[in-house]
Ligand binder design. Structure first.
Ligand code: GRF
Length: 213
């Protein structure tokens, strides 16, 4: 049984998809803590509903980034967390956390990396006029959305898409690929070689091409 710690800043629909995957038996895992930087994040309500401890840690209460991420890493360690899930955590992870959990932190990004990293990936894709977009689950390194890619799912992008319509189409896939990537990890099927993530026994499924919705 894999012990997860989830970091989220907002509505927490990806957090919910992970909870649902655990409850349905798809994921053999448990979430020991939700850590948020926003006390009003809806993710906190979701945690409460499922009897998951919710911890509010705000950067402004710490001397600097290092102090903040040392505290976050310590809180995760203390609760036996083996894999850290960034589910809409709107901050770049700091060194103390990355050092403690090297290649054990996963993030989901709403674009096909390395295109459109950072904030508003979906709006960047709409403004650029791409015809295919999607989402990416990757391990977290020191950069902004730059770590080794685990799984990607593609969706069509239409000329009349808005940020909202494209986001909605991508989100449906996020809710599938994040639990899937965590499952691969929990089954010990992922290893990192340089920039590449080797997916044992399931190479074709780490690239998910979706039909038009
Ligand atoms: C998602 O689009 C995710 O890709 C991005 O932040 C958003 C979080 O949504 N990193 P939610 O809080 O999981 O609903």
């Amino acid at each position: 049984m894999l012990t997860l710690g989830v970091l989220a800043s907002g509505r927490g629909s990806n957090f919910q998809s992970i909870i649902d995957s655990i409850e349905s038996g798809y994921l053999k895992a448990t979430v020991s803590v939700l850590i948020t930087d926003k006390s009003d994040a809806y993710a906190v309500e979701r945690a409460k509903k499922h009897n998951i401890e919710a911890l509010v840690l705000k950067p402004k209460d710490f001397a600097d980034r290092n102090a903040y991420y040392s505290q976050v890493a310590g809180a995760l360690k203390k609760r036996g967390v083996e894999l850290v899930i960034l589910a809409g955590f709107m901050r770049v992870a700091g060194k103390p956390l990355i050092d403690e959990y090297r290649n054990k932190i996963m993030n989901i990004h709403p674009a096909l990396l390395p295109s459109f990293p950072g904030l508003h990936g979906q709006k960047q894709a709409v403004d650029y006029g791409v015809k295919i977009s999607g989402c990416t689950v990757h391990f977290v390194d020191e950069g902004m959305d730059t770590g080794p890619i685990i799984v990607q799912a593609a969706v069509p992008a239409y000329h009349d898409d808005t940020e909202e319509t494209l986001s909605e189409r991508i989100l449906l896939q996020e809710h599938k690929v994040f639990p899937y990537a965590i499952r691969l990890y929990s089954e010990g099927r992922l290893s990192v070689e340089g920039r590449k993530v080797i997916v044992r026994g399931d190479m074709k499924n780490s690239c998910i091409i979706n039909p038009p919705l």
